[in-house]
Write a protein of this length. Structure first.
Ligand code: HEC
Length: 134
């Protein structure tokens, strides 16, 4: 009888351990390229980091013929863009207008529309808001 009890107890303990290990491994998957452990926070940080990089590439390839390559500075003919809101970007790039009550930095009306950037607008927004406005 004592032997059976002992057996049962060891089984329960090892079962608990196995469950614990399983839980742990499902919560803390390792990153592919490093030994860092992914948590919900680092997963979000990674996603933001990727969006910022994508937005930067788009900005540096499609906006800096007129805007400054440093979005916190005035460009050749385009104003500063650091800190631009998503609404401002969407209205200006897709419709050529400004949000209600917004005071445009310049009223020249020289900027073309960018309808092909619809699916990239959030990345552009992340990048322009990752830069400190001056
Ligand atoms: C051909 C030149 C040119 C290009 C390329 C250009 N812009 Fe502009 N942008 C301007 C000018 C000039 C203004 C000032 C208003 C106007 O003339 O339309 C402006 C204004 C803006 C504004 C309004 C800023 C404010 O606060 O008043 C935003 C936002 C903006 N541009 C975003 C962008 C983004 C993002 C890109 C790249 C995808 C881009 N622009 C590419 C010339 C350009």
């Amino acid at each position: 009888m004592v032997l059976v009890m002992n057996l049962k107890m060891t089984c329960r303990v090892s079962l608990n351990l196995a469950c614990g290990a399983l839980l742990l491994s499902s919560c803390t998957a390792k990153n592919k390229n490093s030994d860092e452990v992914s948590t919900p926070e680092t997963v979000v940080q990674d996603a933001v980091q990727k969006a910022v990089q994508k937005g930067k590439n788009i900005y540096q390839s499609q906006c800096i013929s007129c805007h400054n390559s440093d979005p916190s500075k005035v460009g050749a003919i385009g104003p500063k863009l650091a800190g631009s809101s998503l609404e401002l970007l969407e209205k200006k790039l897709f419709l050529g207008v400004y949000p209600d009550g917004y005071q445009p930095q310049r009223k020249t009306g020289q900027m073309p529309l960018f309808p092909h950037l619809k699916s990239d607008i959030r990345a552009l927004h992340e990048y322009l808001n990752s830069v400190r406005p001056n």
